[in-house]
Design a protein around this ligand. Structure first.
Ligand SMILES: C[S@@+](CC[C@H](N)C(=O)[O-])C[C@H]1O[C@@H](n2cnc3c(N)ncnc32)[C@H](O)[C@@H]1O
Length: 189
């Protein structure tokens, strides 16, 4: 199965400004809290969240980061993210698609939250290589994904297996629940 067609996301946002109920869902609220608690460092110098949607998780990450780059491919989602995050001078919101517009920068945190399973194995492997290329020793990569059935190219578990297969990443936290998985990896070597 190839990566999810971008029209899928356009359709989702055309039907609903917050298609996954990030603002209101108690499931998301608890998952976000666990996501933040999984980060072992109090502060990050330069973080990247591709696929930031309307910026709900980005807003929670912002106080932990000197700088946060939050990107997405859908203009309406980015407009909401920009509005939500305008009070944070350390956050930059950009329209940018991965893997082709991967930023030319070095990050000490990359957050892959509910995005990795939209890619096929080859594309996700390429994305993980880009993560590693823009990492320094000790850079952390956080993955968090729904484990239920979808029609996406990968399950959440398979997406984490693909990330885990990169020899430059060592898993340091693994949190598994019926509904979602959270992993934290560190760049080694
Ligand atoms: C399920 S949302 C995840 C939102 C956020 N990371 C969170 O966990 O709260 C996935 C987002 O990824 C975006 N997206 C999909 N393909 C992308 C790509 N190739 N590059 C950047 N963003 C993409 C979608 O537009 C959508 O807003």
């Amino acid at each position: 199965m190839t990566s999810t067609d971008r029209q899928y996301f356009r359709n989702m946002y055309a039907a609903n400004y917050d298609p996954w109920n990030f603002e209101t869902s108690s499931y998301e609220r608890r998952k976000y809290a666990l996501t933040l608690d999984t980060l072992t460092k109090e502060r990050y110098r330069n973080a990247f969240e591709p696929g930031c949607s309307i910026g709900v998780l980005s807003e929670l990450l912002a106080p932990r980061c000197e700088r946060l780059l939050a990107t997405d491919i859908i203009p309406s989602a980015l407009a909401q993210a920009t509005h939500r995050l305008e009070q944070y001078e350390n956050v930059v919101v950009e329209r940018r698609a991965i893997p082709e517009s991967w930023p030319n920068d070095t990050f000490d945190l990359v957050v892959l939250s509910e995005i990795a399973y939209y890619f096929d194995v080859e594309t996700l492997s390429d994305i993980v290589s880009l993560v590693v290329r823009s990492a320094e020793r000790g850079t952390q990569v956080l993955g968090v994904h729904w484990r239920g059935g979808t029609d996406y190219p990968l399950t959440g578990d398979r997406a984490h297996e693909v990330i885990n297969a990169n020899i430059n990443l060592r898993r340091v936290v693994h949190h598994l629940e019926k509904e979602f998985v959270i992993d934290l990896w560190e760049r080694v070597g």
